[in-house]
Design a protein around this ligand. Structure first.
Ligand SMILES: Nc1ncnc2c1ncn2[C@@H]1O[C@H](COP(=O)(O)OP(=O)(O)OP(=O)(O)O)[C@@H](O)[C@H]1O
Length: 304
């Protein structure tokens, strides 16, 4: 499967503020694409534009090869299921009855309800009035509704928001099964790096409306390789000598780092420094965490 959702220079402006800027998103088919960014970064706005619920100021969205516009919006919506913001229900109706309403709207046979209720493990609560549901149950019902009709693409905006830790874990496990079980592609947003780390195969990181990273999750991990923090008799001079000899080094916040933890590189660095009459005072291994990487990419810290 190729790219199933693609945005090209997608931009949204509210008043004078650009909340989504020139976004080129590429979501590969069959992936769980984690759309990660701090609160207010523009995730919901992007997802709404993908679904045709918000109109781009400029740029285009292509879903399953079709450009989203007012003419084919409905046919695209048939191929997509979504959980955007807190879903609204009829509180006086049961979970099952709410799904029946959605079946009518989506033109899906009611026989589909049992399977989605089972998938989200809501069979036991299906006849209870939604007004009495907990937030977690409402979220799961929202996912059940999104799954009705086996859409090829699922867009989930912060699906674990407001859930307790057990609910979060359950929702995460559920999402992880969807590509293999139904061949779905899932675009899921979150402001929690650890959450995306546990479920996504691809990651897009958005900061202040711009995409600052997009690749396989494994590639994000590549950035988190260990490095050595060096303190020497003269860090600036050491940096120049090591760089000159071809070793990967950087200065970050006035600290000198060797961007490798390979024995041969460390030995080589020691030799170079002593040849230049410089000495190592401290040598410390540092694992750059995913949080550090996120911080570097977005300039903002992230909750875990
Ligand atoms: N209808 C609107 N009118 C004006 N500004 C809006 C509107 N919708 C969103 N915004 C602004 O756009 C920016 C991005 O909002 P958006 O909801 O897309 O961010 P987000 O990444 O989904 O964050 P969150 O997780 O907090 O929802 C915010 O500054 C928000 O205040």
């Amino acid at each position: 499967m190729g790219i199933v959702i693609e945005t090209s220079s997608l931009t949204k402006q509210y008043g004078k503020k650009q909340v989504v800027k020139d976004l080129d998103l590429k979501v590969p088919g069959g992936s769980i694409y984690g759309f990660l960014g701090p609160n207010g970064a523009g995730k919901s706005t992007t997802m709404k534009m993908i679904l045709g619920l918000a109109k781009p100021t400029s740029g285009t969205v292509t879903v399953l090869g079709k450009t989203v516009n007012s003419r084919n919006r409905l046919s695209i919506l048939k191929d997509t299921g979504s959980l955007i913001e807190s879903p609204s229900y009829y509180g006086h109706l049961s979970g099952r009855e709410n799904l029946q309403v959605i079946c009518t709207l989506k033109q899906v046979p009611e026989s589909a309800i049992d399977e989605v209720l089972q998938t989200v493990r809501m069979e036991k609560q299906q006849n209870k009035k939604v007004g009495q549901y907990s937030l977690g149950m409402k979220q799961r019902l929202g996912l059940a509704a999104a799954l009705l009709g086996h859409p090829r693409i699922l867009l989930l905006d912060e699906p674990t928001n407001g859930l307790d830790p057990a609910g979060i874990q359950e929702m995460r496990e559920l999402i992880c099964t969807l590509p293999s079980r139904y061949g779905m592609t899932v675009l899921v947003s979150s402001h929690l790096l650890s959450e995306i780390d546990q479920m996504a195969t691809y990651v897009g990181i958005i900061s202040k409306g711009s995409l600052v990273f997009q690749d396989k999750l494994a590639s994000l991990h590549e950035h988190s390789k260990a490095r050595m923090k060096l303190r020497t008799t003269d860090d600036r001079q050491s940096f120049l000598s090591l760089k000159h000899s071809g070793l990967p080094v950087e200065i970050e916040k006035e600290n000198l780092y060797l961007l490798s933890d390979r024995d041969e590189d460390i030995l080589h660095a020691g030799t170079i420094l002593s040849e230049n009459k410089l000495g190592i005072l401290r040598l410390e291994e540092q694992q750059k965490s995913l949080e550090d990487i996120f911080l570097n990419l977005t300039g903002r810290s992230i909750s875990l």
